[in-house]
Design a protein around this ligand. Structure first.
Ligand code: SF4
Length: 177
């Protein structure tokens, strides 16, 4: 029996590559929790695309709530930070915290995130946050840097093959600027 892992999915192109990769070693469930995405039409589009990858790979996808007000409040002091700054650290932490909580309450063996696939995301920070949350919730965090071994390039090719929508900004209002 393969161990059960809950994978936080930031978007469909990243999710497709990472879930496909993990499927060989884990019993995978996806988790879409991204209150950072703005506006709501963009959120709905990314969610719709993510649900498609669940169908492609025959993997269940759990949809979190769209807690955009909570996200804006938590990051308000850092709205002028550049990408990869402190606002992003909070943004990673909020999404990972919810993933850890859900994984723990539903008796998964592991949790992780697709976030490290992006060349614009700090894997060391994400893994540090994941380890801390794993300790807090008593669940294993799978550390990774999915962009390694040409992961990002492969994900771009794979998402093209499957005809998935690929966004041109990270997700929040501030990253649209
Ligand atoms: S740029 Fe991306 S990671 Fe950073 S706060 Fe915005 S949505 Fe989150």
């Amino acid at each position: 029996m393969l161990p059960k892992i809950l994978v936080h999915i930031c978007c469909a192109p990243d999710g497709l590559y990472v879930l496909k990769l993990l499927q060989t070693h884990y019993q995978v469930t996806g988790y879409f929790y991204n209150p950072n995405i703005h506006p709501i039409e963009e959120y709905q589009l990314r969610l719709k695309e993510t649900l498609k990858i669940g169908q492609f790979l025959q993997i269940p996808i759990i949809c979190g709530e769209y807690e955009d007000k909570f996200w804006f409040q938590a990051t308000a002091h850092f709205k002028n930070e550049p990408e990869k700054g402190r606002r992003c650290d909070i943004c990673y932490a909020l999404r990972l915290a919810k993933t850890a909580q859900v994984a723990s309450s539903r008796n998964f063996d592991f949790f992780t995130t697709t976030l490290t696939l992006s060349p614009w995301k700090k894997a060391a920070v994400i893994n540090h946050i994941g380890r801390m949350l794993g300790k807090k919730w008593g669940i294993n965090f799978l550390e990774a840097d999915f962009k390694k071994k040409n992961g990002f390039k492969k994900s771009v090719e794979l998402s093209r093959q499957y005809g998935l929508y690929r966004q041109n900004y990270c997700g929040c209002l501030y990253s649209q600027r």
